[in-house]
Design a protein around this ligand. Sequence first.
Ligand code: ZN
Length: 226
Amino acid sequence: MFVGHYAVGLAAKKFAPRTSLGLLIAAPILLDLLWPIFLLIGWEQVSIQPNPNPFLRLSFDSYPISHGLVAAIGWATLFASIYFGIARYLAGAIAVWVGVVSHWVLDYVVHRPDLPLYASTGRLYTAGNRLFGLSLWNHRWITIAVEVLMLAAGVVIYLWTTKAKDQIGNIAFYAFIFVLVGLYAFVVFGPPPKSVKQLAIGSLCTWLFAVWAWFFDSHRESLPHG
Ligand SMILES: [Zn+2]
């Protein structure tokens, strides 16, 4: 799942209006921000396989540190604790925790059964270590429809919760959504990544979306009804 994770961050603004959208988006995409780091240092493995369905081009051979359920809960607890320690804002800490864990749940809906619960010893999974995934990705257009609807709902909730303090607060927000949708279209309709390294570096660059979200969110303010 891609833009659906961003939708979770946008919607979380209603629950935790005092938390920057940069953090609220970093939380649901955190596992995909850690994943390219673990790919580059060789702790996790992915391979690229030709497939007419672009959602099925990646074979997630092993990624228990970024995408195991137990690890996801650990990352969520770590991230939320650090946030709570600094900000002392419980709603924000809850939004961060739920956001990080939501990544696993949403990936579970779309991925083929490749999501582990926890890291097994060695690289091969034993029979007892089941892998999970409901394979919505097999249905390309349903996946796209679900993700686009989620993003639209996230945008509506965010706009309902905040208003721009100046022109930057509007322009930078709409530009963010435009680029995000454009990138999603590229991932879905564009060529496959040429190498795992290119894939990892491209994924790493999505950190910039969290920074961008922090930027335009600082040019917006929460509405009292939000
Ligand atoms: Zn993921």
